[in-house]
Design a binder for this molecule. Structure first.
Ligand SMILES: Cc1ncc(COP(=O)(O)O)c(C=O)c1O
Length: 400
């Protein structure tokens, strides 16, 4: 059957993730992989999750094995409201919060609820592929905004917004990942967070603040306070997730926003899946109620801090003078820019032949730039394997 003529215009516009094609090599044990984006299974508190799973199924089967509220399990919404309070902003769990099937669904709901074909979404250069994918799915036009080591460059944002306004284009929202960005590992500087919000007010667009890595901070003195904390006009739609601190298999994230907007997201979600997995939500609610989340986050941070040290140490040893990279203070990634203009996509096949993989960075740039960059995760491999992997990449890239 020819399905092309059956597809909707939106479906025809869906783009396969530019990095999914690397999935096989990410999982091949023979390959030292910096290519993944997933958390390390070593960080999953599997025993405790098994304990709470058994407990909630035994004690609360009537709710945890049943359909539930589209907005999410009330006990979990309360727990998430207190997580938000600790992150610095209040949120009413009854009206301003919607639990989602991972923050990827939150991106989809925001996109499906707010975007019409041709609407402009501003994204960082580079940006998260899953975010861009959700916006492309609505046939939005993605316009890149330059970053430097301190994240979005406010002057570039102002210039872009001014140009679009002069062209009569409406910017619906800016999509930003201010903390330990995927893919760059960068943090948006505190004063720039204020600038971004000021520009959002001046040019009248929303800010979608995606913060799955905010809690994954390795430094004690770094300011990762969400933009949402200064949001006096409810202009910021904040997305959170349990994926990176607990487990992505539990598929649980959330949206905080202005009540009327959240109500619209709820309607979109209702038509997508009625409600998220109540068993997942009940397990996480029990984990939070037992007070185990802070210790879990502490141990996940320590785990990745050590891994980060090993990867940056290997880059110092083999890449110094030939490339620059993010001295990332959290999250799962560092991002490398080669000093010369070679295309890392062309360097990947010979790297795989040498048993090592990375993600060529061009996939993360909506303007076609970034060919000489690559994303490296420190989540997947042991310290020794990372050192060996970086040695092999350097041998390939920089051998005279
Ligand atoms: C920036 C960003 N947003 C959202 C997600 C989606 O996460 P989840 O749906 O597991 O919450 C990811 C996953 O890697 C991510 O890096």
């Amino acid at each position: 059957m020819q399905i092309e003529s059956l597809l909707s215009a939106d479906a025809r516009n869906l783009r396969p993730s530019a990095i999914r094609k690397f999935a096989a090599m990410m999982n091949d044990p023979a390959i030292i992989s910096f290519a993944g984006g997933a958390p390390s299974p070593a960080t999953f508190p599997a025993g405790r999750i098994a304990h709470f799973a058994e407990k909630v199924v035994r004690d609360t089967a009537a709710t945890s094995l049943q359909y539930g509220p589209t907005r999410g399990l009330p006990a979990l919404r309360d727990a998430v409201a207190s997580i938000c309070r600790e992150r610095g902003f209040a949120c009413d769990p009854a009206t301003q919060l919607l639990m989602t099937t991972g923050s990827q669904q939150a991106l989809y709901l925001v996109s499906a609820t707010l975007l019409d074909p041709g609407d402009v979404v501003l994204v960082e250069l580079p940006t998260y592929i899953g975010g861009a994918g959700a916006f492309y799915a609505r046939r939005a036009e993605l316009v890149g905004v330059a970053q430097d080591d301190d994240g979005i460059v406010p002057a570039a944002l102002e210039e872009t917004a001014t140009r679009l306004r002069a062209e009569g284009r409406r910017i619906k929202f800016l999509y930003t990942i201010p903390n330990f960005q995927n893919p760059s590992g960068r943090v948006l500087a505190a004063e720039r967070r204020r600038d971004v919000l000021e520009l959002a007010k001046r040019f009248d667009f929303l800010v979608v603040e995606d913060d799955p890595y905010g809690e994954l901070c390795f430094a004690d003195d770094l300011d990762t306070t969400p933009i949402k904390t200064s949001d006096d006009e409810q202009r910021v739609i904040y997305l959170g997730s349990f994926s990176k601190v607990l487990s992505p298999g539990l598929r649980t994230g959330w949206i905080v926003g202005e009540p009327a907007l959240v109500r619209q997201f709820e309607l979109t979600k209702e038509s997508a899946d009625l409600c998220s997995g109540m068993l997942d939500e009940a397990i996480i609610a029990a984990f939070c109620a037992a007070g185990e989340l802070p210790e879990q986050i502490k141990s996940v941070r320590a785990f990745y801090r050590d891994r980060r040290d090993a990867l940056l140490g290997a880059l110092d040893e083999h890449f110094t003078g030939r490339a620059t990279w993010t001295r990332t203070e959290g999250g799962l990634f560092t991002f490398v820019t080669l000093n010369d203009e070679r295309d890392t996509a062309e360097l990947l096949p010979p790297a795989v032949e040498r048993g090592v993989a990375f993600i060529p960075g061009g996939a993360f740039f909506v303007d076609g730039s970034g060919a000489n960059t690559m994303r490296l995760t420190f989540a997947k491999e042991t310290d020794d394997r990372m050192r060996e992997g970086i040695r092999r990449v350097a041998e390939l890239f920089f051998a005279a």
